[in-house]
Design a binder for this molecule. Structure first.
Ligand code: KE4
Length: 424
């Protein structure tokens, strides 16, 4: 497969854009290949600037649950564009989207739209702190919640596993209020609450982790978080930027039947346009400006184009809920082939339309086991698939996403290539 034009564009991009990309994972740094510059996408395919057509299992990191350029979404967005792109004033579509969110995710009685998942999470944490009048939050090692300062952290050395910045440019005292626990480890959470019984504002968790690769919550883990936060007067925040509307119409909280106090959304809720949302119980969200004392604002929040794309996408998902069975069947087909061929030499974590293939013989249940994977093997696997027209995440620590547009034929082809690779 030719990569000539991608190579040219990558060199040009590097002259004016850090690393040549507008988001780090796109640089293909951990897989040692030239990033494919994409020219177009439709259904389950993306086509790069050299004309290579690939089956897309990144789906823009989640928004593409219906496949690329869904006709109904495109038609509505094109129509919306003719009425202007942004007004900086309230519109009916914001009301419609807020109603749809509350209908599909009943815990989100009241929600606020923003322009990214990062913004949604940053705002939800500020609301949790404002509501509880407490400063500390607990997050889990390996979970990613966007790039706001207080969340770009890694486990520090201190006994309390207080965190330290995981990026340059973040003052050490910015992360002092972020405590770190380990995913699926109840004791690591209990220990923090015992040490700080009155100062933890919230626990934020990806109900299914998908940023250390896909890691499922073990039985009782989410229920435990629901109980311990209620016991100590802390809020439970489900970061459903990936799982929202993906695992079920009502996201992970419907799938696992657990009601958080606040939820953050992104990706699917905007149908591929820039968006984020946070929301939850009325008495908590009444803290948000202009109603309450927690300030949050945004020029393009709830803009007519993002809300149009989001409304149409959620309507399609709500109208045809058999989509979730179809999505799971496709993901299961891929997971089963890998398990049957590779046996114990890899760990496959799959739930709904999300899956990850870890090149480790360990069961991957947390960050520590996830990083035991063989990243070189993953890079080799990535290149083998890419050269055969299959585009998966260019990192072991991301997810494989299925869409309703992935055809039986393309799933079959993918399974054949996976089997070929794993048998060699
Ligand atoms: P954005 O600011 O990228 O819209 O959302 C941040 C975010 C928040 N919470 C969760 C659970 C997320 O997965 C994300 C972003 N996801 C990554 C993919 N793992 C976005 C891809 C990228 O960074 O380019």
């Amino acid at each position: 497969m030719e990569e000539i034009r991608s190579k040219e564009l990558f060199e040009a991009a590097k002259r004016h854009i850090p690393g040549g990309v507008n988001s780090p994972v796109r640089a293909f740094g951990s897989v040692g290949r030239t990033p494919r510059f994409i020219a177009s996408a439709s259904g389950d395919k993306i086509t790069d600037v050299d004309g290579n057509e690939m089956i897309d299992y990144v789906c823009s990191w989640g928004p593409g649950i219906l496949g690329h350029a869904h006709p109904r979404v495109i038609e509505k967005v094109q129509e919306a564009c003719s009425y202007g792109l942004t007004y900086g004033a309230p519109t009916e579509k914001e009301v419609i989207l807020a109603e749809l969110i509350a209908e599909l995710i009943p815990s989100m009685k009241v929600s606020r739209l923003v322009s990214s998942g990062t913004e949604a999470v940053m705002s939800a944490i500020r609301v949790a702190r404002g509501y509880t009048k407490r400063d500390k939050i607990i997050k889990f090692e390996g979970c990613y919640h966007g790039h706001s300062d207080g969340l770009l952290v890694k486990a520090g050395s201190a006994a309390l596993t207080v965190s330290v910045p995981d990026s340059a440019g973040i003052p050490a005292d910015y992360t002092g209020n972020t405590l770190i626990a380990s995913y699926n480890d109840k004791d690591s959470v209990e220990k923090l609450f015992l040490a700080e019984p009155d100062s933890i504002a919230a626990v934020i968790v990806e109900p299914v982790a998908a940023n250390m690769g896909v890691v499922l919550p073990e039985n009782g883990f989410l229920e435990f978080l629901r109980e311990i936060t209620a016991q100590y007067g802390a809020l439970l925040i489900f970061d459903e930027v990936i799982t929202g509307f993906r695992l079920a119409p009502g996201g992970a909280q419907e799938y696992f039947q657990i009601e958080p106090d606040l939820t953050t959304l992104g990706k699917i809720v905007g149908g591929g346009m820039p968006i984020g949302a946070y929301g939850g119980k009325r008495e908590i969200m009444e803290m948000v400006s202009p109603l309450g004392p927690v300030y949050q604002a945004g020029t393009l929040s709830g803009n007519p184009i993002s809300t149009t794309a989001g409304i149409e996408t959620l309507k399609i998902l709500a109208e045809d809920q058999d989509i979730y069975r179809r999505l799971e069947d496709k993901a299961k087909k891929i997971a089963d082939v890998v398990r049957n061929v590779a046996g114990e030499s890899v760990c496959v974590n799959q739930i709904g339309s999300l899956l990850s293939i870890f090149f480790t013989s360990e069961k991957v249940t947390d960050y520590k086991s996830a990083v035991s994977s063989d990243k070189d093997r993953y890079a080799e696997y990535f290149g083998y698939l890419l050269d055969r027209g299959i585009y998966v995440a260019p990192s072991q620590f991301e997810a494989m996403f299925l869409s309703d547009a992935h055809t039986e034929e393309d799933i079959k082809y993918t399974c054949r290539i996976l089997e070929e690779y794993l048998r060699q």
